[in-house]
Write a protein that binds this ligand. Sequence first.
Ligand SMILES: [Zn+2]
Ligand SMILES: [Zn+2]
Length: 168
Amino acid sequence: MKLHLKDLKSGFRNQIFKFDTDTLPNKGISFLSDKIKCEITSKKKHKSFNLYGNIYAKTSYECVRCLNNQSFMHVLPFDVNIVNHNFKNLFDTEEKEFITFLENQEYIELADVFTDVIALAQPMKPLCVANCKGLCSLCGQNRNISICGCSVPEQQTVWDELKKINIK
Ligand SMILES: [Zn+2]
Ligand SMILES: [Zn+2]
């Protein structure tokens, strides 16, 4: 997930790049495609470049209730400053995500920044549908597909028990 510093310097607009997902640091994201598409604009500024655009990534989650895998197509905006290391002090690095480069550097590595953007977009408690009925706590049947007939009153599912524990 590298870009030539030379290319950033000459600038480009809405250019499409494709990166291999297996070059990304492992943050527990399950990608459904071996490539991520990015649309990137590079704008030269004083002693820095502003790199922004969108990341298109298809990932999958396991629903926390029924454990089914759901796929999701993300369109994630990013905005990062690429800053000459020698002039780092000129920039408010708190304000925006930034990557520094050295004078003789050839490439900018974007893997960490992009992985963070994608990781942040992963839901904490993913559900396949908002009202997912989950698995039967007795027989394990996916209750979205069919009702198994076990006599578990609605109020006494595993999830309700967990909710009680959380409150205490
Ligand atoms: Zn579900
Ligand atoms: Zn059952």
